[in-house]
Design a protein around this ligand. Structure first.
Ligand SMILES: Cc1cc2nc3c(=O)[nH]c(=O)nc-3n(C[C@H](O)[C@H](O)[C@H](O)COP(=O)(O)OP(=O)(O)OC[C@H]3O[C@@H](n4cnc5c(N)ncnc54)[C@H](O)[C@@H]3O)c2cc1C
Length: 473
């Protein structure tokens, strides 16, 4: 299958100034922004209903300096957010990439609320690890399904065309200028749609095992927890057109997916004072480093399995998340009045688990760090009734991708990195290089939707402006 086909002599069935590939958060937001700037837009989505990884996510978006934060008395700024992102990724991300999204995501959320009625609020009772302010925003259900449903509703209300069951299988280009796309329908029929600007909003390559093996080998056999349609098309097309790429090994993993239930168990189970033990009943890591890097750590344990052990107080915090309530409803969360009973239900050695929990309580009481480097100072003790959930490590999404500029235009690859922008190609969300650097540990909560929302809006507006300036096709 050719990724890039010639454009010369192709009779496009119809032509739309701005074509967006992918109907997740990035694509829907790009479409709204382009439409608002007066461009006719078409969204092409391979599924029958646009959902993407966005629908699988908790729909939580970090944003600094918003009016919701101000109302809750939370002090924050884009500079502070940028510093948190850079600190988590140990200085790896390009500061301009970071500043671009940190500056624009707050205004983008307020725009979505004011123009399209998305009722965001800030989570003000829980600080996400690595964030120095409470800046995670979500919709009432705190679910990505609500986010994508509301975005789809806004796109439909604006009269923007969304063509579903329309998988883009190749681009038509003259050199690096994209002239249109080849769309394959479920019955195998093919249509060709011309465009003046193309926005890649079809996420990363988490669903493409060969690309994961190449770029994220430590998770080659991990459960992929994102949307299966994310096959790395943006990356492959970009590379074929001569685009610069960066941090392709970067990704968001998660060390707490209930197994075999396959439900995300909130990391609050750990940050609030819980611990992870392996099937021998022993701790094996500093769990507090972050859930993303913990995916590979859990997978290195016997059978690729761990147990997250916590208590009812922590379960009460976790119950604000629908996934956790679902995990409980499915019986994935065990309950016991003492460690011996818990060990029996977990089928781990009772003496080993008791010794592990005793040591954790000793560290908490003394406010000391353990041999892995986790500091238990200030952590509340675990008390009966105890809870435990069997988990594994999973790949959520990739964070590397196409390098973009301030207009979300995809930049050309040069021998020393990146050059100027390709003529009419834009990228947003998981299609673009994120701000997490090259390692799982660089992922700060919310970095995924951050680039979907911020770059989606930028790409849509810039593509519409460019098309207006250069003239419609
Ligand atoms: C379980 C889970 C929880 C998460 N929680 C959070 C969170 O709380 N906060 C956060 O910031 N991030 C979170 N993320 C990450 C977040 O979901 C993604 O970063 C974000 O949704 C990416 O948005 P997107 O629009 O780029 O991609 P998507 O939402 O995946 O949309 C891409 C769309 O492109 C379509 N597509 C792909 N290829 C083609 C093609 N060739 N032709 C046509 N259509 C195509 C796909 O079908 C899909 O609908 C989570 C991810 C997972 C898996």
């Amino acid at each position: 299958m050719s990724l890039i086909l010639p454009a010369e002599g192709v009779a496009f069935e119809f032509t739309v100034p701005v074509v967006v590939i992918g109907g997740g958060a990035a694509g829907m937001i790009a479409a709204l922004a382009a439409h608002e700037r007066g461009a006719a837009v078409l969204v092409l989505e391979r599924d029958a209903l646009p959902q993407g990884s966005t629908a699988l996510s908790a729909g939580l978006i970090p944003a600094p300096g918003t009016r919701w934060q101000r109302a809750a008395g939370i002090e924050d700024s884009p500079e502070r957010f940028a510093a948190d992102i850079i600190a988590k990724a140990k200085g790896e991300p390009d500061p301009e990439d970071v500043s671009r999204v940190a500056r624009t995501v707050g205004p983008a959320l307020e725009w979505l609320a004011d123009r399209y009625g998305l009722p965001f609020s800030v989570i003000d009772n829980f600080t996400y690890p690595g964030h120095s302010a409470r800046r995670m925003h979500g919709l009432p259900s705190r679910s990505g399904a609500e986010l994508i449903d509301r975005l789809r509703g806004a796109v439909e209300a604006a009269g923007i065309d969304v063509l579903c069951e329309a998988q883009v299988t190749a681009l038509h280009a003259d050199g690096a200028r994209v002239r249109g796309v080849e769309v394959t329908r479920p019955d195998g029929s093919v249509e060709r749609v011309g465009c003046a600007a193309l926005i890649l909003a079809c996420n990363g390559y988490g669903g493409n095992r060969a690309l994961v093996e190449r770029h994220v080998p430590e998770l080659a056999d991990a459960l992929y927890f994102g949307h299966p349609g994310n096959q790395g098309d943006a990356l492959l097309w970009g590379e074929a057109l001569g685009a610069a790429t960066r941090h392709l090994s970067g990704h968001q993993g998660h060390g707490s997916v209930a197994h075999p239930a396959g439900i995300l168990v909130t990391w609050a189970t750990v940050t609030e004072g819980g611990v992870q033990v392996n099937t021998e009943g022993r701790r094996f890591s500093n769990e507090a480093q972050g859930y993303s890097e913990q995916a590979a750590v859990v997978l290195r344990q016997p059978d690729g399995i761990a147990w997250t052990v916590f208590d009812e107080r922590i379960a009460t915090v976790a119950r604000q998340f629908e996934d956790f309530r679902q995990a409980e409803a499915m019986g994935a969360v065990l309950g016991a009045d003492d460690p011996a009973d818990l060990a029996r239900q977990m089928k781990v050695d009772a003496a080993a688990l008791a010794a592990t929990l005793d040591e954790v309580e000793r560290l908490k009481a003394a406010g000391e760090a353990d041999g892995f480097g986790r500091n238990f100072a200030g952590a509340a003790p675990l008390v009966a009734p105890y809870r435990a959930v069997r988990v594994t490590g999973a790949l959520f999404h990739t964070q590397g991708g196409l390098v973009v500029d301030d207009d979300a235009r995809v930049l050309a690859k040069t021998p020393d990195g990146q050059g100027g922008p390709l003529p009419n190609l834009y990228a947003a969300g998981g299609a673009a290089c994120g701000v997490s650097g090259a390692k799982a540990s660089g992922y700060l909560s919310g970095n995924g939707l951050l680039t979907a929302v911020a770059l989606g809006r930028i790409a849509g507006a810039a593509a519409a402006d460019a098309v207006k300036k250069e003239g419609n096709p």
